[in-house]
Write a protein of this length. Structure first.
Length: 431
């Protein structure tokens, strides 16, 4: 076998001894991926995972049949937390090498963040890494600040402060400004908000051990919007965007927030805590208010928010919510254009009142397992209380497809990057 493991793409069926429906066959040079008449990109991605499962650590794609999307599909199947950069793309008439490089740069950073341990990726380090990453792409156009610890309380970012105060490592809010216009007074076209819970024990509503094991991924929303912004910048984004990452560790201590506490937010909304494991919506509320204050016409938030979304759409789709029907429809179309699964779930104004409290304007959940019926919609309803203009221009992404607990035929275990391209496309189209 040659030193390089070459992977060809063929429109011909696999040799008979590999099986009539085989998506990949092997030879002395490497492997051949065989296109299917249906689910073409999915089968290419499965072939990438099949090659990786043979213990291959690096491949070189070869031939003129590959295009941009087929190369990216193979890459997504091939990579894993241990192998982030094992695919050498082939340059040909059908492939956009600049796009592939941009996709890979964002995807590698995103996987490093989500797959990284909570010991290394903690609230302040996540905010710093995100700020440094975006600033490295456009140093003259990016500025950011990190609001930390007691300063959050002083500035009334009460959700982030309360969720994170049980940890020895302080909660933070990253405020980042990408302004390529050269005008300090330029309007903000879009704002991004990401849930950055770097570890989620559930707090006093403690998770079982098996449910806690993968909770380093609970900052997937922060990683998704950051990687999406990076991709949009590399694609030539020329409008002003602000990004807010709401970062905290949800831990148990003598100083942690408790069930029965009542939080008063900057906009005056009071919230009774009936479940400390419904913490993501508490931190996002601050980010959404900050995004609203920016005046952005488009607001996108992303979060690994509810198990209810997983139950509803599985791990193949991200769930979309919004009160602006046209906006949600557009984002669903952008996801489809970017070959990412997204599916709209119900959200109406009445969902704001589906978590009642006798002591506050609302509770942060229902005191039932999983938040009761319609848990994902009720969480989105909670968030909608903190968005200006009755939610016009706002979309909430519940990232059910962002992380795989165990390997599948298409994905390794760990971060998938699903949602990154949807965010980037929305910024491009709406900014």
């Amino acid at each position: 076998m040659s030193q390089q493991f070459l992977v060809q793409l063929s429109e011909q069926a696999a040799p008979a001894h590999w099986g009539e429906t085989a998506s990949v066959s092997f030879n002395e040079q490497g492997a051949t991926v065989h296109l299917s008449e249906t689910d073409t990109l999915k089968n290419v991605q499965k072939a990438g995972r099949a090659v990786a499962n043979q213990g291959v650590k690096a491949v070189t794609l070869a031939g003129d049949t590959w295009c941009t999307e087929s190369q990216w599909a193979f890459y997504q199947g091939f990579v894993s937390p241990k192998v982030l950069d094992g695919v050498e793309f082939v340059e040909n008439a059908q492939s956009d090498m600049k796009e592939l490089a941009a996709l890979k740069q964002s995807a590698i950073w995103m996987r490093q963040m989500i797959n990284g341990t909570a010991e290394d990726i903690f609230p302040e380090s996540l905010a710093e890494k995100a700020g440094e990453f975006i600033q490295s792409l456009a140093p003259e156009h990016v500025s950011y600040q990190i609001i930390k610890g007691e300063a959050l309380k002083e500035q009334q970012w009460i959700g982030i402060y309360e969720v994170g105060r049980g940890s020895d490592r302080p909660p933070v809010l990253l405020e980042l400004d990408f302004n390529p216009t050269g005008d300090d007074n330029a309007p903000v076209a879009s704002a991004l908000v990401g849930k950055g819970i770097t570890f989620d024990s559930g707090g006093y509503s403690i998770k079982p051990s098996e449910g806690m094991l993968t909770m380093k991924c609970d900052m997937g929303g922060a990683a998704t919007v950051t990687a999406g912004l990076a991709l949009a910048i590399n694609r030539g984004l020329d409008k002003r965007v602000k990004m807010y990452l709401c970062c905290a560790e949800n831990l148990i201590s003598g100083h942690a927030y408790k069930l029965g506490d009542i939080l008063t937010y900057k906009n005056g909304t009071t919230v009774e805590i009936v479940n400390t494991d419904a913490e993501g919506r508490l931190v996002l509320a601050d980010g959404l208010m900050a995004a609203s204050e920016s005046g952005a016409a488009t607001i996108i938030d992303a979060a690994t928010l509810t198990g209810a979304a997983l139950v509803a759409v599985g791990q193949e789709y991200n769930a979309l919510f919004g009160l602006d029907n046209d906006m949600v429809r557009d984002v669903e179309n952008y996801a489809n254009d970017e070959f990412e699964g997204a599916w709209r779930l119900p959200l109406e104004k009445f969902h704001q009142n589906n978590c009642p409290s006798p002591y506050a304007d609302t509770a942060n959940s229902r005191p039932q397992k999983g938040g009761g019926f319609g848990g994902a919609s009720n969480a989105a309803g909670f968030l909608s209380r903190f968005v200006r203009n009755d939610g016009q221009g706002w979309v909430h992404m519940d990232l059910a497809a962002a992380f795989q607990n165990t390997p599948t035929s298409m994905w390794s275990a760990g971060a998938t990057t699903q949602g990154m391209r949807t965010v980037a496309r929305t910024l491009q189209e709406k900014s």
